[in-house]
Design a protein around this ligand. Structure first.
Ligand code: HAM
Length: 455
């Protein structure tokens, strides 16, 4: 006999659950069963697209040597300067919890001699990333990214394909997105441009914020990325990198744009887009919800070409391009737009039982139906027929099988059509065949209806 809690005990429990002794670390989340369906849905979509475009799944560890990111992502980036969860382990090794997936993939490419595989090596991933950012809407300390990386080709078609795949996945999820794009050229193009840009911003020094003044010596391109409203008019007037691209970089960019046009991906040219990671060369892009970015939202994803990264990490020169999309940001947007994952587990039939003997038999019947490929639901812990049928109704099953004392004695079951309530008695031995017949018939009728509607 289960003892029921008193009202006071329940109130105490609710209070305790509001303020438990142990709570989540700031910026992290439990992903409860309700939300898992979003993750699984997105994972399945990404996997299907990755498979059809020949990308193979890779998993890299959640910890890496700190230097991988210092070198790869760049010493003067926000990630390395402020956001890494780094620690020294018991063996005095400097380790970091993975803040992004590109540097680890490039490390794996070198470490496993992928340079000898057929090029380009096309990889995808779906995993946790950790960044010590100030938690706010769309900004977590532990979050998930899915990403595509294509290493070993400098063909502009690769840039276009990477953009196309991420755009396509967003579309398949029912999201309207736009792609902001730019080219930041090669290191030589950037060095030349940086000089011109610094000269320009120096003439505006008195109007620059302290943060922008700091960036002027440290990383002047990042001023272009500023969200500071006061700086926007100055940024708008700034010289544009496009005018400083080498012929090869310009040609590359024009080809990417041409392919994207061919693939019907709407892009917005954004000359101030530079991205916050140091490994980018030539194409950079971001995926935004809707027509245009607003200061209220953050990018859903971003990426670009990183032709120097593999070499920088000790490998042979290997041109590459990739993208990563923030899964939690995609889920927030899906929820905002009231888009829910399709239910892939919609039971067809419910097994209800009355009495001890029926309960025992229903376990076996459940298994027989399940083995025959029928999606079954039950509520074996519920006793009353009414509450079981209520659950069957809630689950929107087409049929319920009712097993009572009488049916057990007769070797039969009662099959109830949940739509019209009509019940028929069926031989227990034939129940699987009969249920299958009815479900198949229903599918045929539905298909006919759809056909007629189309005509
Ligand atoms: P990223 O722009 O740093 O690029 O991150 C990509 C996406 O991850 C962002 O657009 C955002 O959706 C999500 N994201 C980043 N930080 C957070 C956060 N704190 N909370 C929630 N979501 C976040 C990269 O990581 C590059 N590795 C992309 C890439 C792949 N480039 C080439 N290949």
């Amino acid at each position: 006999m289960i003892k029921k809690n008193t009202k006071e005990e329940n109130t105490e429990r609710v209070e305790k659950s509001k303020n438990p002794t142990f709570q989540l670390v700031r910026g992290t989340k439990d992903i409860l069963p309700d939300e898992q369906s979003y993750f699984l849905w997105i994972f399945d979509q990404v996997r299907a697209v990755a498979n059809s475009y020949g990308f193979s799944l890779i998993e890299t560890p959640i910890i890496e040597k700190t230097n991988l990111f210092v070198r790869g992502v760049g010493k003067q980036t926000d990630i390395v300067e402020k956001e890494m969860f780094s620690f020294t382990d018991q063996g005095n090794e400097n380790l970091t919890l993975r803040p992004e997936g590109t540097a680890p993939v490039a490390r794996a490419y070198i470490e496993h001699g992928m340079v000898t595989w057929p090029q380009p090596v096309k990889l995808w991933y779906f995993g946790k990333m950790l960044r010590h950012e100030r938690p706010q809407a769309g900004r977590l300390r532990e979050f998930h990214q899915f990403g595509f990386e294509s290493l070993g080709s400098d063909d502009p078609m690769i840039d276009a394909q990477i953009i196309f795949l991420s755009y396509k996945i967003m579309k398949q999820l029912g999201l309207d997105v736009s792609v902001a794009i730019n080219s930041i050229g090669t290191e030589e193009c950037r060095n030349q441009y940086k000089k011109v840009l610094v000269d320009y911003f120096r003439t505006k020094r008195s109007e620059l914020s302290d943060e922008a003044k700091k960036l002027l010596t440290k990383n002047p391109l990042r001023i272009l990325d500023s969200k500071d409203e006061n700086l926007l008019p100055i940024i708008e007037q700034a010289p544009q990198i496009f005018d400083y691209l080498s012929n090869a970089s310009r040609e590359h960019f024009l080809k990417v744009m041409d392919y994207l046009d061919e693939l019907d991906v709407p892009v917005i040219l954004k000359p101030t887009l530079v991205r916050g990671l140091d490994y980018y060369t030539k194409t950079v892009f971001e995926i935004w919800s809707g027509e245009e970015e607003t200061s209220r939202q953050s990018a859903l994803g971003g990426g670009g070409r990183y032709d120097d990264l593999v070499e920088l990490l000790g490998g042979r020169p290997t041109p590459a391009a990739g993208v990563a999309v923030g899964v939690e940001r995609v889920i927030s947007l899906l929820k905002e737009k009231n888009i829910t994952p399709p239910s892939d587990y919609q039971p067809d039939i419910f097994v209800a039982q009355l009495g001890e003997e029926a309960k025992r038999k229903s376990l076996l019947l459940f298994e027989e139906l399940r083995s025959a490929g029928i999606k079954v639901a039950e509520s074996l812990s519920k006793e009353g027929l009414k509450s079981q049928l209520e659950k069957a109704d809630k689950l929107k099953v087409k049929y319920a099988i009712i097993l009572g004392q009488k049916e057990i004695l007769d070797g039969t079951v009662m099959l109830r059509d949940m739509e019209n309530g009509i019940q028929e008695v069926i031989d227990m031995k034939k129940v699987v065949v009969e249920v299958k017949k009815r479900l198949e018939k229903q599918i045929r009728v539905q298909a006919e209806q759809i056909k007629e509607e189309k005509v």
